[in-house]
Design a protein around this ligand. Structure first.
Ligand code: IPM
Ligand code: MG
Length: 373
C-alpha cells in the first residue's frame, strides 16, 4: 500500500492555527478512506529564525526535497519586520521555491456561489467565476542579478547618494516551461490562455510574448492564445473577470494580479495555491502547496482565521501530488456544502452580521460534511 509523504511547515501567524484544521482532514482520510499519509512537521519563517537564526534550516530544505509534497501555512509578522533582509521570514519561502525549482505557481480564483455577495464587485460580475492564474515563480525580478542597495557617491545630482537595483531577467527556457504548464492546464479546462506582460516597455516582455507564442504555434496550436499588457489585464480582471480561463504571467505581475483576482472571490481566506516543478522519480511534480493569504498578525491567536484556503491547498495536493482526484473532489464538495449551509468564519460575515464560527469549528464542520457526503 502506498504511503504519501507530506512535510507540513505551519510557519508564522495564523499558519499554525489553520494547519491544525488541515490535520483533522488528513486524519479523516486516514481513518475513513484508508489512505496512508506519512506526515512530518518542521519550522519555516520567523518560527525557524527564532530557533535556528535562519528562516529555513538546511535540514528542512533537504527534507522538502525528499517528500512527495510540502504544505506551508504562512510566513512573516511584525516581530520580524526589522530583521536583516537576508534572514527575513520571506527568504525561507523564496528559498523553498527556488531550490525546489517550483516554476509554475497555480492560483485558482473560483467564486463559490454562496459567497458571491461577499465580493467587492457585484454578484453578476463574479458569479460562476473560475479562472486560473499561472505565475512564474522562480525567476524574474524576484531573483534577477544584479540586485542590492548601493551608494551612488559619484553622482552629485542624486540627493541621498544611494541606488536600489533589481533586475528583471527571463531566459527563453524559463518562459517556455511555464507556458507549457499553462497550455497543459488550459486543455483540461476552457482551452484558453491569456498571456500578460509589458511588451510595450520591457524587452523581457517582448521575449515573454514571443516565446509564449512560439510554444503555442509549435506545440499547442489547438489552444486559444491571446496576449494582453499586464496593466490592461489588471483592469480587465475587475471589469469582466469571466472573460479569462487561464492567465500566464511572470513572477511580479503574477504576485499582484493574483491578489486582485483573489479579492474577486469574496475573501483571501478562501484561496489555495500549488507550486509545481519538474517531475520526480514517482512521475509526480515536485510540489509545495500554500494558501494565498499571509500570516495575518492582526487576527493571530484569536480563532478567527479561515482555514479553508489551507484545506483547499491540501485538496490540490491530493489532486496533483497523490493522484487522488476523487478525494480532492470530495473535499471540495464538503467545503461547498458547509458554505451553502451558511457556516461562516469572521472574514465571510456580510454587513448584516450573523454569528461567525471559529477556526476550529469551521474545521469540525468540514470533517462532519465529509462524513455526511
Ligand atoms: C505571495 C507572497 C510572497 C510573494 C511573499 C510572502 C514573499 O506575496 O506568495 O504572493 O511575494 O511571492
Ligand atoms: Mg503575494
Amino acid at each position: 500500500m502506498t504511503t504519501h509523504s507530506l512535510l507540513i511547515l505551519p510557519g508564522d501567524g495564523i499558519g499554525p492555527e489553520v494547519m491544525t484544521e488541515v490535520r483533522k482532514v488528513i486524519d479523516w482520510f486516514q481513518t475513513n478512506k484508508g489512505i496512508q499519509f506519512d506526515v512530518s512537521e518542521d519550522l519555516v519563517g520567523g518560527a525557524a529564525y527564532d530557533k535556528h537564526g535562519v528562516p529555513l534550516a538546511d535540514e528542512t530544505m533537504q527534507k522538502a526535497q525528499e517528500v512527495d509534497a510540502v504544505l506551508l501555512g504562512a510566513v512573516g509578522g511584525p516581530a520580524y519586520d526589522n530583521l536583516d533582509f537576508s534572514v527575513k521570514p520571506e527568504r525561507g519561502l523564496l528559498r523553498l521555491r527556488k531550490e525546489m525549482d517550483l516554476f509554475a505557481n497555480l492560483r485558482p480564483a473560483q467564486c463559490f456561489d454562496a459567497l458571491a455577495d461577499f465580493s467587492s464587485l457585484k454578484r453578476e460580475i463574479v458569479a460562476g467565476l473560475d479562472i486560473l492564474i499561472v505565475r512564474e515563480l522562480t525567476s524574474g525580478v524576484y531573483f534577477g542579478e544584479p540586485r542590492g542597495i548601493h551608494s551612488d557617491d559619484n553622482n552629485p545630482q542624486n540627493e541621498g547618494g544611494r541606488v536600489g537595483i533589481n533586475t528583471q531577467r527571463y531566459t527563453s527556457g524559463e518562459i517556455r516551461r511555464v507556458a507549457r504548464a499553462a497550455f497543459e492546464l488550459a486543455k483540461k479546462r476552457g482551452n484558453r490562455v491569456c498571456s500578460m506582460e509589458k511588451a510595450n516597455v520591457m524587452e523581457s516582455g517582448i521575449l515573454w510574448r514571443e516565446e509564449v507564442q512560439w510554444v503555442h504555434d509549435n506545440e499547442y496550436p489547438e489552444v486559444e492564445l491571446s496576449h494582453m499588457y499586464a496593466d490592461n489585464g489588471a483592469m480587465q480582471l475587475v471589469r469582466r473577470p469571466n472573460q479569462f480561463d487561464v492567465i500566464v504571467t511572470d513572477n511580479l505581475f503574477g504576485d499582484i494580479l493574483s491578489d486582485a483576482a483573489a479579492m474577486l472571490t469574496g475573501s483571501l481566506g478562501m484561496l489555495p495555491s500549488a507550486s509545481l516543478g519538474a517531475p520526480m522519480a514517482n512521475g509526480r511534480p515536485k510540489a509545495m502547496y500554500e494558501p494565498v493569504h499571509g500570516s495575518a498578525p492582526d487576527i493571530t491567536g484569536q480563532g478567527k482565521a479561515n482555514p479553508i484556503a489551507c484545506i483547499l491547498s491540501f485538496a490540490m495536493a491530493l489532486r496533483y501530488s497523490y493522484d487522488l482526484g476523487a478525494e480532492a473532489d470530495l473535499l471540495e464538495k464538503a467545503i461547498e456544502k458547509v458554505l451553502a449551509d451558511g457556516v461562516r468564519t469572521a472574514d465571510l460575515m456580510g454587513p448584516d452580521g450573523g454569528t461567525p464560527v471559529s477556526t476550529s469549528q469551521m474545521g469540525d464542520k468540514i470533517v462532519e460534511a465529509l462524513s455526511a457526503l
